[in-house]
Design a protein around this ligand. Structure first.
Ligand SMILES: [Ca+2]
Length: 194
């Protein structure tokens, strides 16, 4: 029991630096892997948080931790509501003042929901442009997609949001999500080493 408490204390200490809604620092906090260019998703590992993953929420459905992880000790477990559509929302803006950049995104998924849609949402003056990638979901961890590319040319977008949504699911279906990675491409074509 004491060992468990010590381990929990160590985990909380490791996560205290980067789990806040303000974004925290990138890397080195046990929640966000160190990458170049940096992973803009704080706690994309889903390893940090008290009862649910820090920085993430269920816009539709319910969100919990699972120890069935792709990486680290935990992943997100989204349970689909009666409407058949579950939505996992990354709460902070992924990026603001986007400028002229190309953004790239991937996640890892598994579960009983038949399909998943990864959404990079560009918001400018109240208008929204989504770049989406849909993929079947299986009981094996799968990277979705190889890369999702979203251009933000000419500085005409003010912020970038990230959502993960089930498609054609039924109530009680599950979607496990881990290792979310969104970055501004240095190569401009998302062929950066990750
Ligand atoms: Ca994880």
């Amino acid at each position: 029991m004491r060992a468990t408490l010590l381990a929990l204390a160590a985990l909380l200490a490791a996560c205290s630096g980067g789990g806040g809604a303000s974004g925290g620092g990138s890397g080195g906090d046990g929640c966000t892997p160190v990458k170049t260019p940096p992973d803009l998703v704080q706690n994309g590992s889903f390893d940090c948080g008290a009862s649910t993953p820090d920085n993430w929420g269920a816009r539709d459905g319910t969100l919990a931790f699972t120890t069935d992880a792709h990486g680290g000790g935990k992943a997100a477990l989204l349970t689909v509501p009666a409407t058949g559509q579950g939505t996992l929302l990354y709460k902070p803006d992924v990026a603001t003042s986007l400028g002229s950049q190309t953004f790239c995104g991937t996640i890892w998924v598994k579960g009983t929901a038949p399909d998943v849609k990864l959404i990079l949402r560009k918001v400018f003056n109240g208008s929204v442009e989504d770049r989406t990638f849909s993929s079947p979901v299986t009981q094996t961890w799968t990277r979705v997609p190889p890369n999702l590319v979203l251009d933000a040319p000419g500085g005409n977008a003010t912020k970038l949001l990230l959502l993960v949504q089930t498609v054609t699911a039924k109530s009680g279906d599950t979607l496990l999500v881990d290792d979310a990675d969104v970055w501004a491409s240095a190569t401009g074509d998302c062929k950066d080493a990750r």
